[in-house]
Design a protein around this ligand. Structure first.
Ligand code: CAA
Length: 285
């Protein structure tokens, strides 16, 4: 089961990241979103990631040029998936939306197509239940920034076959990622641990244990994390983190996942992190 033709649904941070890497590593990629403007913004962002990669000496200029020819905008989802080997959905974290998309894709995609979701925490089996081929559905959870982060977390739903996991693993390795295979438990391996740390850091911030800078320094300098948990929350987006922890609190029920008050307060104020210029820190550029 060789993956050559890939459709990515959602041209936001994760979607364009995945589409860009797949095109760079030789796949034919179609990028879909709800309107032309969003697709164009995604294609533009991919170009910027490649240019930065070239400037940093990580991406070959000719390879980036060739990748441009393998990337196309796909405003018509049904047409785009008609000959796809793999569809990766990177839409917002809303179970009903994902189920609707999977049902639409299944109706137009070839029998052998693998249907993947980039969800950070929603149940793969519930998304797969919207299709008649749950054995071909799995989670392909990438990390932001996709061009740089070396992990791909593959999540097996209740019915996912070994052949589908193997094909997704080969695809991830082709994109330069190391894959881990995780069962379909809330938050998988990465989000469950990452949210636990992030929530505790936010509660410490609320209690005045230390400044945001010093809480982050504790983990960066004391534990060698590349970035502190509050700065990471700003990078991922406070709204995204709130949605994940609300879901984990419903599913797991322990206080670890109870959404911190400061997170709710900042989200209500529209302070969503880097993308809005303010979260736990301010971003003037
Ligand atoms: N293409 C290819 N390589 C690139 C690149 C590009 N566009 N841009 C940068 N790089 C390379 C750089 O050359 C550099 O490589 P070396 O280490 O070999 O020199 C490396 O990537 C780091 O780049 P920078 O030096 O520019 O950046 P940095 O040192 O400030 O690190 C970072 C940036 C990698 C984002 C770092 O801050 C980090 O690791 N942050 C944590 C990110 C993280 O935890 N992400 C996961 C979030 S959770 C998630 O995504 C999942 C979810 O479910 C929400």
């Amino acid at each position: 089961m060789q993956i050559e033709r890939v459709v990515v649904i959602g041209a936001g941070t994760m979607g364009h990241g995945i589409a860009g890497q797949a095109a760079l590593f030789g796949c034919q990629v179609a990028l879909h979103d709800v309107d032309d403007a969003r697709i164009a913004a995604g294609v533009d962002a991919i170009g910027k990631v490649w240019s930065k990669g070239v400037a940093r000496g990580k991406v070959d200029a000719e390879a980036a040029e060739a990748a441009r020819g393998r990337l196309r905008a796909a405003p018509d989802l049904r047409a785009a998936v008609a000959d796809a080997d793999l569809v990766v959905e990177a839409a917002p974290e809303d179970l009903e939306l994902k189920q609707r998309l999977f049902a639409q894709v299944e109706a137009a995609a070839p029998e052998a197509c693998i249907l993947a979701t980039n969800t950070s925490s929603l149940p793969i089996t519930a998304i797969a239940a919207a299709t008649k081929r749950p054995e071909r559905v799995l989670g392909t959870h990438f990390f932001n920034p996709v061009a740089v982060m070396p992990l791909l977390e593959l999540v097996r739903g209740e019915f996912t076959t070994d052949a589908v996991v193997d094909a997704a693993k080969a695809f991830g390795e082709r994109l330069g990622k190391t894959c881990i295979v995780v069962h379909d438990h809330p938050g998988f391996a990465t989000s469950r641990l990452g949210i636990a740390l992030g929530n505790e850091a936010m509660r410490m911030f609320e209690e005045g244990v230390a400044s945001a800078e010093d809480i982050d320094r504790a983990m960066v300098l004391g534990y060698r994390h590349p970035i502190g948990p509050l700065a990471l929350t700003d990078l991922v987006g406070l709204d995204v983190r709130l949605a994940i922890t609300e879901h984990l609190y419903r599913e797991i029920g322990t206080d670890t996942f109870r959404p911190p008050r400061v997170l709710r307060r900042l989200v209500r104020a529209g302070k969503l992190g880097r993308k809005t210029g303010q979260g736990f820190y301010r971003y003037d550029d």
